[in-house]
Structures are given as C-alpha cells and as structure tokens.
Ligand binder design. Structure first.
Ligand code: URA
Length: 217
C-alpha cells in the first residue's frame, strides 16, 4: 500500500486562494482598491492576527503605479498608523525611493500580510495564503509593470520559491505581466549595512530596465 512521505504529512493544509471580485469588476482603480480595503478591514481569516491587530494595513501609493513594492508584514508602527513601511525600516525604504528619483506617492507599497504578526514573528504559510487574495487583488487592479519584493518572505511567497534572497536577487523574474526583482529587506540593511551596496545595484538594474537613471546626489 502506498504511504505518505513524512515530509508531505508535516505540511500544513493550506487554504484555497480565492479570486477577489474587486479585481474583475468595473469602476476606477481607486474605487476598486477602496472596496477591497474595506473588505480587508473586516477580515477574520487569521484569528490570532485579527484579535491582536489595532487595524489592518492595506497599502499606500498610486493606483496607477508602474512599480509596486511588497514587504513582509506590518510592524508595531504600521499597526499603529495603518500605513506600510513607516517605522525605521520604512524610513530607510523612503531614502531608497528618493535615491531612485521617486516619491512614495508615485509607487504602490504593500505587504504579504495586512495584519501585524504578534512580536513581529514571520508570517506563517497559512497566514500568507489567507492574505493572498488581497495581494493578488491589489496586483490585478494596479497592474504594475514592475514588482520589487523586499526580503525573503515577500520573494518566496510571491514567486512560490524556496530560494534564499541572496540567490534570488540581482535578476528579473516574472509574475503575470510584471517583471519582478527581489532584494534584501530594509530591516536587514539596518542590521547589515554592508548589504546596502547589493541593494543599490538591484535598484540600478531596475532603473536601467525602466530606461531611467538615478538622479545625481
Ligand atoms: N516591514 C515590512 O515588511 N513591512 C512593513 O510595512 C514594515 C516593516
């Protein structure tokens, strides 16, 4: 009789990802994002996250952004303000955005999760799966030409990969119609400033592919 391998038996049962109706319905990008955000604000799929969050953190930026940034999950500052990447890592991300010649308002910033995991632990596979409908919905509505995955959690979850971020950075992947670049998370850069150089190389690769050059400082 066939037996289940022990590794297969150890995998958690993952929820099925639904398709957000807001992704396919009519209306402006703004109104569809607002409708999706309103549904996210009521989400109770992850009991622990729903019962410990101050609020959901949906995403900010232009509904017409060419570039979407995806991080891991809200931290304490994001949970308090409702906006992604506003804490120390967020301030560093904003510096990177400005160094590229952009403003935060012209790109779109969101996360794999829309709720803060208690103690800033890493998102579980089940939590990421629960939130995937919302991420896919945001991508489908905004239709970015480029996606930057900041850190391992974003890169592995978006692309369904188990590669380390060190192996994934420095080249383009694709996700639907978007070109995807993966690089180190700004929190990692705060702890390992020597990783700023490869991140800047990644940003220059992105800009060059877009036909842009960074402004001279
Ligand atoms: N880290 C993330 O990955 N996302 C945020 O929004 C804040 C910190």
């Amino acid at each position: 009789m066939a037996r289940k391998s022990s590794s297969a038996a150890a995998l958690p049962e993952l929820p099925v990802v639904q398709v957000a109706p807001e992704a396919t319905q009519g209306g402006s990008r703004e109104s569809r994002l607002s409708a999706l955000a309103a549904r996210v604000a009521q989400c109770q799929r992850c009991q622990e996250l729903a019962s410990t969050r101050t609020q959901t953190v949906f995403g900010v930026g232009s509904p017409n952004a060419k570039v979407m940034f995806i991080g891991e999950a809200p931290g304490a500052d994001e949970d308090a303000t409702g906006e992604p990447f506003v804490g120390r890592a967020g301030q560093l991300l904003t510096k990177i955005i400005v160094a590229c010649g952009w403003t935060r308002e012209e790109i779109y910033i969101c996360n794999i999760l829309r709720c803060r995991p208690p103690g800033n632990r890493a998102p579980s596979l089940v939590e990421a799966r629960h939130c995937r409908e919302y991420l896919d919905g945001q991508i489908a509505i905004i239709q970015p030409e480029y996606i930057v995955c900041w850190g391992t959690t974003a890169a592995q979850n978006l692309l369904g990969s188990e590669e380390t971020i060190g192996k994934m950075r420095g080249r383009f992947f694709s996700h639907g119609k978007a070109k995807v670049l993966c690089t180190y998370h700004p929190s990692y850069l705060l702890r390992n400033p020597e990783a700023k150089k490869p991140v800047w190389e990644d940003m220059k690769l992105l800009l060059a592919d877009m036909g842009l050059t960074p402004p001279t400082p």
